[in-house]
Design a protein around this ligand. Structure first.
Ligand SMILES: *[C@@H]1O[C@H](CO)[C@@H](O)[C@H](O)[C@H]1NC(C)=O
Ligand SMILES: *[C@@H]1O[C@H](CO)[C@@H](O)[C@H](O)[C@H]1NC(C)=O
Ligand SMILES: *[C@@H]1O[C@H](CO)[C@@H](O)[C@H](O)[C@H]1NC(C)=O
Ligand SMILES: *[C@@H]1O[C@H](CO)[C@@H](O)[C@H](O)[C@H]1NC(C)=O
Length: 289
């Protein structure tokens, strides 16, 4: 029998710990459903949660048969990370070889019972779905660059803490707005960010990789999923739109980081431009001129 306090914490969504094995089975089932465009898997679990929300590229959709969940998206590559503490997952799907290519990142907050932690529903699905025309979109490029990367589980003794892993992702986005934040610690290999389908290369300096970045961009609305075993943090956030001066809303964006030994190894971005240009033309990228 759980104490009233832990039930309260659960109700507040503070710590809804879920077994990794359960999360892995669920994210695998999501990939299977997405492959054939069967939205019923998510819809059925969503109906068990009173406050279920499905958000795709920042739009709340009530009818999942009108969403990308109902479109067959067959992964050429995919990976999921699992946040045991938050009962959450993020899945990256790269579909490069089908007629309509896609790359997506999908964050799911699963709902578990407090008694035995069986997962009974879904509270939130948030997906950044990119295709032709989105920021540096090229699914073939994403697939090719992703292929040699190693995202093996990190042995327990070598794992960074949740706080450490998340802090590297935060450092990256804080650096966008403050040059004094200093360079994000980054491994010398392979020394690129996989941005859309292009490698945004840094400069190797000994054991490190230095990325040239702008310093005038505030990156708000960060939502985190952290997996210690994968050394991964995914941050969903708002990336400033083309015309911030006219109140342009930040665009939906997700960055997936792999951290090894306190330094970033990989970073994958998906940025849906929706109505703005994801900042193209406005951001002062020193290395893109
Ligand atoms: C779609 O998913 C639902 C719920 O998971 C399942 O019952 C159904 O058999 C699936 N349909 C197909 C065609 O795969
Ligand atoms: C959802 O959209 C589908 C496809 O357009 C439609 O057939 C169905 O009636 C809609 N369901 C609801 C509840 O509006
Ligand atoms: C888990 O707990 C819920 C109530 O919170 C109960 O309905 C369900 O039967 C339990 N499942 C198992 C496998 O014990
Ligand atoms: C996409 O990436 C592939 C692999 O790097 C490259 O061959 C192709 O030219 C790219 N397509 C476009 C439109 O840039």
């Amino acid at each position: 029998m759980k104490s009233a306090l832990s039930l309260t914490l659960f109700a507040l969504g503070a710590h809804a710990s879920c077994p990794r094995s359960v999360l892995k089975a669920l994210s695998a089932a999501y990939v299977e459903a997405q492959t054939v465009g069967n939205h019923s898997f998510i819809a059925t679990l969503g109906r068990s949660s009173p406050n279920f929300l499905y958000i795709e590229n920042n739009a709340v959709l009530g009818n999942l048969s009108m969403s990308s969940l109902a479109v067959p998206i067959k992964p050429d590559a995919h990976r999921s990370i699992h946040d045991v503490e938050q009962c959450a997952s993020v899945t990256e799907i790269i579909a490069a070889t089908q007629e309509h290519p896609y790359v997506l990142h999908t964050r799911i907050l699963w709902q578990a019972t407090p008694d035995n932690l069986s997962v009974t529903g879904i509270n939130l699905v948030e997906s950044v779905v990119t295709d032709e025309g989105d920021w540096l979109f090229n699914a073939t490029g994403t697939l090719n660059l992703n292929a040699p990367e190693k995202w093996d589980p990190i042995p327990v003794a070598a794992q960074d803490t949740r706080a450490k892993i998340q802090s590297l992702g935060d450092w990256y986005f804080d650096r966008f707005g403050d040059v004094n934040r200093g360079d994000v610690p980054w491994h010398a290999e392979p020394c690129y960010r996989l941005e859309g389908g292009l490698p945004a290369r840094g400069t190797k300096q000994g054991e490190d990789c230095i990325h040239v970045m702008p310093a005038s961009i505030k990156v708000p609305y960060r939502r985190y999923v952290v997996d210690e075993e994968m050394g991964a943090a995914d941050i969903f956030m708002g990336f400033p739109g083309l015309d911030r001066t006219q109140g342009q809303a930040p665009m939906p964006d997700s960055h997936l980081f792999r951290v090894e030994g306190g330094k970033v190894r990989y970073c994958h971005t998906v940025s849906a431009c929706v109505t703005a240009g994801c900042g193209i033309g406005e951001i002062d990228w020193p290395d893109r001129k």
